[in-house]
Design a protein around this ligand. Structure first.
Ligand code: GRF
Length: 220
């Protein structure tokens, strides 16, 4: 690929294993992107050091106590815009973003969520999946809209829930899938194959009626 890589900003709150994978995979020029910066809303997020060790500018931007959400979101947007990204990738970013923030980046924010959306939006997905005796679980990459975990779905990876699974074992297997599907979705976006339009995700010019199902084969 000869075109300059698209710039991606990754937002984190914690350990940043998806962020790490996004950075590591970006070293392959075929992915079409570079991680221009990492921002955490938590000063102590382990992922900040991981990003810095990988040579990516990383900074904490902690919300002031009691400050209105929109005030933080304005600061966050200003920090993001310094990197002039094409795409913002949420990777374990634990804040709900305000509608004005989302509107600043129309169709340009992706998120990864640890469930087979639209099932189990929100927190504690692994425990809730076990309590509901689900037989399948997984992870989903989707576009971010004003609806929490509700934007158009792009790609999903699935696992079987086994009788001896607990929340930790589910989380570990779901993470493996996350590290496969998130770089793929970012690649699709940054090579111009994936777009958001009319409330849908479009891949290769076709609106996705259902998310792409990742089958373990690295599709390009
Ligand atoms: C992942 O499970 C992701 O789906 C969710 O938050 C977690 C982040 O994990 N949104 P990590 O920080 O990337 O390891």
């Amino acid at each position: 690929m000869s075109a300059a890589p698209e710039r991606v900003v990754v937002l984190i709150s914690g350990r940043g294993s998806n962020m790490r994978t996004l950075i590591e995979r970006s070293h392959d020029p075929a992915m079409g992107y570079q991680v221009a910066g990492v921002i955490s809303d938590q000063a102590q997020a382990a992922g900040l050091e991981v990003a810095a060790d990988l040579g990516v500018p990383a900074r904490a931007l902690a919300p002031g106590k009691g400050a209105p959400r929109t005030e933080y979101d304005d600061k966050l947007a200003a920090a993001i815009d310094e990197y002039a990204p094409s795409l913002v990738a949420l990777a374990g970013f634990m804040r709900i973003l305000s509608p004005p923030f989302v509107a600043r980046y129309p169709g340009r924010i992706l998120n990864i969520h640890p469930s087979l959306l639209p099932k189990y939006p929100g927190l504690d997905t692994h425990r809730r999946v076990l309590e509901a005796h689900e037989r399948q679980h997984g992870a989903t990459v989707h576009f971010v809209t004003d609806e929490l975990d509700g934007g158009p779905l792009i790609i999903q990876g699935r696992i079987q829930v086994e009788a001896d699974d607990d929340a930790a074992s589910l989380e570990a297997r779901v993470h493996v899938l996350e590290h496969r599907i998130y770089p793929l979705a970012v690649r699709w976006y940054c090579t111009g194959r994936l777009r958001y339009g009319a409330g849908r995700a479009w891949l290769d010019g076709k609106a996705l009626a259902d998310p792409v199902q990742y089958d373990g084969i690295e599709v390009h």
